[in-house]
Write a protein that binds this ligand. Structure first.
Ligand SMILES: [Zn+2]
Length: 221
């Protein structure tokens, strides 16, 4: 409970709730709370209603795990996208970031986490069963591993690569499906110099990786 001398209890409750949000400290929460109080009551009612329907109407796609208002997300339902390329990300927000680039036109699969033994998160806690099914069905020609460039993200990418390389031979008993599955390409998103980035400000690991993963001049233009 935040100690706010002289603040009416209902306002204190709003300030306390706001300050629990990431990036909002007590002073900002106080300013937001006072701002809400100064507005017409209808504004606060609209905000309250928007928050109420947020959990009622937004869930996860039952195919890929992205945000969805009904059973399937807008990406799985978009017939213009390439269905045979699947980009694996950690969280639904990563999909939103990918879409900001306006380049990727394939499908997604959201893990809803990443491997983290210290936090007790193993493969069973990730959204992998649905991905197993998509790959076993032969619907994926390329799997792009876009987990984060952290220790756990790299470990997750390694795990997925091993899981699905091995999966090609262990779960597909007949020769036809084995050939189809084993032809799937697995790739990892590159790391390198950010747009507009000066080399002198890069950490040595990013710069080293950028040199290792250099591309031909033809491919860069
Ligand atoms: Zn989907």
């Amino acid at each position: 409970m935040i100690n706010l001398p002289g603040v009416p209890a209902p306002l204190g409750r709003v300030i306390e709730m706001l300050s629990s949000l990431p990036g909002i400290g007590p002073k900002t929460a106080m300013r937001l709370g006072l701002n809400l109080l100064s507005r017409p009551a209808s504004d606060a009612a609209q905000l309250s209603e928007a928050l109420t329907v947020l959990h009622e109407q937004v869930g996860f796609c039952n195919v890929c795990g992205c945000f969805a208002e009904q059973g399937r997300c807008q990406f799985c339902d978009d017939v213009r996208r390439e269905t045979n390329i699947v980009c694996v990300v950690e969280q639904p927000v990563d999909v939103l970031m990918m879409e900001r680039g306006h380049v990727y036109r394939g499908h997604y699969h959201v893990l809803h986490g990443r491997l983290s033994p210290i936090d007790g998160i193993g493969p069973e806690q990730l959204n992998l069963q649905a991905l197993d099914g998509r790959i076993a069905a032969g619907a994926v020609d390329e799997l792009i591993l876009a987990s984060s460039a952290t220790v756990d993200g790299e470990a997750t990418a390694h795990y997925l690569a091993n899981r699905y390389q091995a999966n090609c031979y262990q779960t597909n008993r007949d020769q036809a499906s084995r050939d189809q599955a084993s032809s799937m390409k697995i790739s990892r998103i590159a790391r390198g110099v950010p747009e507009g980035g000066e080399l002198e400000y890069l950490d040595e690991h990013t710069l080293s990786r950028a040199v290792e993963q250099r591309i031909s001049w033809q491919g860069s233009v």
